[in-house]
Design a protein around this ligand. Structure first.
Ligand SMILES: Cc1cc2nc3c(=O)[nH]c(=O)nc-3n(C[C@H](O)[C@H](O)[C@H](O)COP(=O)(O)OP(=O)(O)OC[C@H]3O[C@@H](n4cnc5c(N)ncnc54)[C@H](O)[C@@H]3O)c2cc1C
Length: 385
């Protein structure tokens, strides 16, 4: 067994760490308060090639691997989780789906701008009445002549409200096939006739990450914007969401690491009873438990990403990584605030922001309950060992 990262993986991790700590971390609080999307940081990330790390060079990417992408997501999230989320959606989900299932023409048109960082992608699965039960979606796509006509509403869509977002991959049932359960994935450009951005959601946190409703009303796109197998659009979406779970785990580890960094610093500096609070065993034990939990979650997401790089099955490992890391970070963030005492509740200390950030990780890309259902299904079907 080899737990060492390769030279290239270490280089990417260190480069992203330096960039994120220098360019993102000092602005994270301001971005959260203003809710402004930082296009300048995005442009620098594009210059570094961060949106295309595992995508082949021929399609605008770096031609590296999924371990490297997830190391980058951890480091970005350690500075500001909204950047980890932006890459999760655009690279792990959208760019991957285009790369694996797209035609050569679709890759040239849509993948290259996304992987090279010129444009951002979004994915549209969730609807007002279809969340965890995503297969019950009501959006329809009907083939009329040479065009698909789409109708429906997608909600909570990340990235699509940003100026540089180009497309949303929409899951829709195909009308008129006589097969009600067929879900296809369609590439819907933001400027397609009948495409409308609905409301911008006001969120508990993650203010610099854009979340919008998308309304498709007789939205028309060319026939050849269908992505992949028309009968397997849902399976395609679920396949790339498996990678999204590894990305959420890496994001959780990044924030948890930031909680530990801040708590260690604070515990060594804060004096009570004539000594640093770090000297008290109750505080040390919290820090020790944080460090152990973070290491376990990091090992798990890296294992899932490594299995993916080997082309091996990793459904169990991805769900386990997402479930464990997202629940771990909630406890770590809570302990980080506790260690900071009253200051931990104040905006001037980043742990108050981290505490608000982390709840979302147990909800997106399959809730904790959904991950447990998926894991139980794997256990029921066969042994994963
Ligand atoms: C900020 C944000 C960004 C998002 N970005 C995107 C995006 O870009 N694209 C996209 O398509 N979606 C996106 N989502 C949607 C997200 O993936 C869903 O919110 C999530 O899948 C849960 O669906 P829901 O909100 O409808 O909750 P529901 O499915 O209504 O779940 C409510 C509760 O019931 C539980 N539950 C449901 N079914 C079961 C069951 N069978 N057994 C046990 N418990 C169950 C759930 O675990 C949860 O606790 C985003 C959401 C948010 C909040």
């Amino acid at each position: 067994m080899d737990f060492d990262l390769t030279k290239e993986q270490k280089m990417i991790r260190d480069e992203v760490r330096n960039f994120a700590q220098k360019e993102i971390a000092p602005r994270a609080e301001e971005l959260e308060l203003s809710g402004e999307y930082p296009y300048d940081i995005y442009a620098k990330m594009a210059e570094l090639g961060l949106m295309g790390i595992p995508i082949p060079e021929a399609y605008g990417g770096m031609g590296s691997d999924w371990v490297s992408l997830h190391l980058a997501i951890e480091e970005l999230s350690r500075a500001d989780i909204t950047f980890g989320a932006m890459i999760d959606v655009t690279t792990s989900v959208v760019a991957q789906e285009l790369n694996v299932f797209g035609t050569e023409e679709q890759k040239q048109k849509w993948l290259i701008p996304i992987a090279s960082g010129e444009k951002l992608g979004a994915f549209g699965l969730t609807e007002p009445d279809a969340g965890s039960d995503a297969g019950s979606l009501l959006t329809t796509a009907e083939l009329r002549g040479d065009e698909w006509v789409l109708n429906g509403t997608k909600q909570f869509i990340t990235n699509i409200g940003l100026d540089n977002a180009s497309i949303v991959l929409v899951a829709a049932t195909v009308a008129g096939t006589g097969k009600n359960d067929i879900i296809s994935t369609l590439i819907v450009p933001k400027d397609a006739p009948g495409f409308k951005l609905g409301k911008k959601y006001q969120k508990m946190a993650w203010h610099a990450s854009s979340t919008h409703e998308v309304i498709l009303s007789d939205c028309r796109i060319p026939k050849d914007y269908l992505l992949g197998d028309p009968d397997r659009g849902f399976a395609q979406h679920l396949a790339v969401l498996e990678t999204g779970r590894i990305s959420i785990a890496a994001m959780a580890v990044g924030v948890a690491q930031a909680c530990l960094d801040e708590s260690l610093k604070y515990a060594k500096a804060r004096q009570q009873f004539g000594q640093p609070i770090f000297n008290f065993q109750a505080v040390q034990f919290k820090l020790a438990d944080m460090a152990v939990a973070i290491e376990l979650a990091r090992n798990q997401y890296l294992k899932a990403a490594w299995l993916k790089d080997q082309g091996r099955k990793h459904a169990f490992e991805a769900s386990a990584a997402k479930l464990y890391a997202s629940e771990m970070v909630e406890k770590v963030a809570s302990d980080a605030v506790q260690i900071h005492g009253g200051y931990g509740y104040m905006d001037e200390y980043p742990v108050s922001r981290y505490y608000k950030f982390v709840k979302l990780l147990q909800i997106v890309e399959g809730t904790s309950e959904v991950q447990r259902m998926l894991i139980a299904r794997i256990l029921a079907g066969s042994s994963h060992r």
